[in-house]
Write a protein that binds this ligand. Structure first.
Ligand code: A2P
Length: 274
């Protein structure tokens, strides 16, 4: 059985989820229902991915109860603001075909727009209405987190950020830990860029595991929530098969050294242009 973490509001979240960025809406019913049947119990989508409809269909098609799959979606930048966010949420759950979702996130703080505080207040309203069991943020930096917490007194349950062995985010993780906010890793495999790393390859050979499995195991042992993306059933299964081995202290020290200030593969939270 897969590990489950408890968020600061008491909600339980499976530590591995399926990331579905770049999975086409038309392919999602087949691919994502197949993933659920393979054992995934957590799916991470977003309005901007354009596949909420297909993900919802997949959840209905899979051989599990709705309550056994943890579903996350996110409010996109151009839907920010109090009223817009309430409307965007209604549209997301309508596309998903669900009455409630497990986790709703603000996708980016987008500081230049300065609407994230009002957006956060809308998420609090959505949680209070019972339509999202948990609420959090994504790509927030420490000042953004301090502002929403200071203004509302409500802690986000998670902050979903780019995080992988080449970009380990120690400062943000220390802040999250001090406040009881869970860290979710997006692009946990470095968007695929780490998959030919020779150091990780050596660790994989030692354990008889692939590089992807070594990296996912590293996230698990660091207490992170990890959402590797794959559109391939064989690799989806491979990415779940990480509970029959453990990285040792030496492996963890070695992987720790791969951290780099230039390791980011995606957008910088302070300069989101979209
Ligand atoms: P694919 O969808 O064809 O499997 P990240 O989650 O860090 O963004 O990385 C996603 C990328 O890594 C995708 O290109 C995905 O391709 C690839 N990928 C995911 N799992 C594996 C795996 N086990 N082995 C090789 N490539 C993988």
């Amino acid at each position: 059985t897969q590990p489950v973490l408890t968020l600061n509001d008491g909600v339980a979240i499976p530590q591995i989820g399926l990331g579905v960025w770049q999975i086409e809406d038309g392919e999602a019913p087949e691919l994502v229902s197949n993933a659920i049947d393979l054992g995934y119990r957590h799916v991470d989508t977003a309005r901007v991915y354009g596949n909420e409809r297909g993900v919802g269909e997949a959840i209905r098609r899979a051989q599990v109860a709705r309550s056994d799959v943890f579903v996350t979606t996110k409010v996109w930048n151009d839907d920010q603001g109090y009223d817009n966010t309430l409307r965007a949420f209604d549209e997301s759950i309508a596309r998903l075909g669900l009455d409630e979702i497990d986790l709703y996130l603000i996708h980016w703080a987008k500081p230049s727009q300065d609407k994230y505080l009002e957006t956060w207040k809308a998420l609090i309203e959505i949680k209070n209405s019972g339509r999202a069991r948990s609420i959090g943020v994504s790509n927030f930096q420490i000042p953004h987190l301090e502002r929403i917490i200071g203004e509302t007194g409500v802690l986000p349950s998670v902050n979903q950020i780019e995080l992988h062995p080449r970009f380990q985010q120690h400062d943000l993780r220390a802040f999250h830990k001090a406040r009881g906010i869970a860290t979710e890793s997006w692009s946990p495999l470095g968007a695929g860029t780490l998959l030919n790393d020779s150091v990780l390859g050596g660790i994989g050979r030692k354990h008889g595991k692939s590089i992807a499995q070594v990296i996912i195991r590293w996230h698990i042992q660091n207490g992170l929530i990890v959402i590797p993306k794959s559109a391939n059933p064989k690799r989806m299964a491979e990415n779940l098969a990480v509970f029959d081995f453990a990285l040792d202290d030496e492996d963890l020290v070695t992987i720790g050294k791969l951290d780099s200030p230039e390791g980011r593969t995606g957008g910088h939270p302070d300069h989101v242009a979209w």
